[in-house]
Ligand binder design. Structure first.
Ligand SMILES: [Zn+2]
Length: 179
C-alpha cells in the first residue's frame, strides 16, 4: 500500500540524495524505509526474555502497522512474535536478508514517522525474582521494588488488597524467595 503523492516522493528523494541510498537503507531495516521504522531489535536482543514484553508494549502504539521478522529467527521465537502481531492486529511478515543479518525485528508504520531512537542499546531488565513469581499479586514492598527497577512490567502485577490477604493470597515474589 502506498499513499504517497509524487511530491512526497520527490521530497523524500531530495532529502536522501538518491533512490539508491534508499535501497541500502531498506536492506538494513528488513525492507522498510528508515523513516517508517518505529522500533527494532538486533539478533543479540531478540531472544532475551524482556524483548517480547517490550515489543508487546510498542505494539500498543497505533502508528505501528506491521511487525517484520528476519527469516533466520528461530521458530520458537518467531511464533511468540506472530502471536503478539495477531493480538494487536498488526500485519506480520518475514523477510530473508541473506548476508545482511543484523536486525532481527522491525516494527514499522505505513507512513513516515521519523522516530529518532529506534534501536536501544540495552534492553530494560526484568529481574529474575519477578519473572519467576507464579502469583501476579505482590506485597507493597515488592510492588515498590518493581516500580523502581522495572517499571515497564508494572502492568503485569497488582498489589495485594486486604480482601486478597483475607483469602490467603500471598505475594508471588515473597513465595518464590521462600522456596
Ligand atoms: Zn513480597
Amino acid at each position: 500500500m502506498n499513499n504517497q503523492t509524487e511530491l512526497e516522493k520527490y521530497v523524500e528523494y531530495g532529502v536522501a540524495g538518491a533512490p539508491q541510498i534508499k535501497a541500502d537503507e531498506k536492506k538494513h531495516w528488513l525492507g522498510e524505509f528508515r523513516e517508517r521504522v518505529i522500533f527494532a531489535l538486533t539478533f543479540e536482543q531478540i531472544n532475551r526474555k524482556e524483548a517480547l514484553k517490550i515489543v508487546e508494549e510498542k505494539c500498543k502504539n497505533q502508528r505501528v502497522h506491521k511487525l517484520i521478522l528476519e527469516n533466520s529467527v528461530l521458530d520458537t521465537t518467531s511464533e511468540k512474535y506472530m502471536d503478539v502481531a495477531k493480538k494487536y492486529d498488526k500485519e506480520y511478515k518475514t523477510i530473508d536478508m541473506n548476508e545482511n543479518r543484523e536486525i532481527a525485528l522491525v516494527l514499522a508504520s505505513n507512513e513516515a514517522v521519523n522516530e529518532k531512537d529506534v534501536l536501544i542499546e540495552k534492553l530494560p531488565i526484568f529481574p529474575e525474582v519477578f519473572y519467576h513469581a507464579k502469583n501476579r499479586k505482590l506485597c507493597k514492598k515488592h510492588m515498590q521494588k518493581l516500580r523502581e527497577e522495572a517499571p515497564l512490567f508494572i502492568e503485569e502485577f497488582e498489589e495485594i488488597t486486604l480482601l486478597d490477604k483475607m483469602m490467603g493470597i500471598s505475594c508471588g515474589v515473597c513465595e518464590h524467595i521462600k522456596k
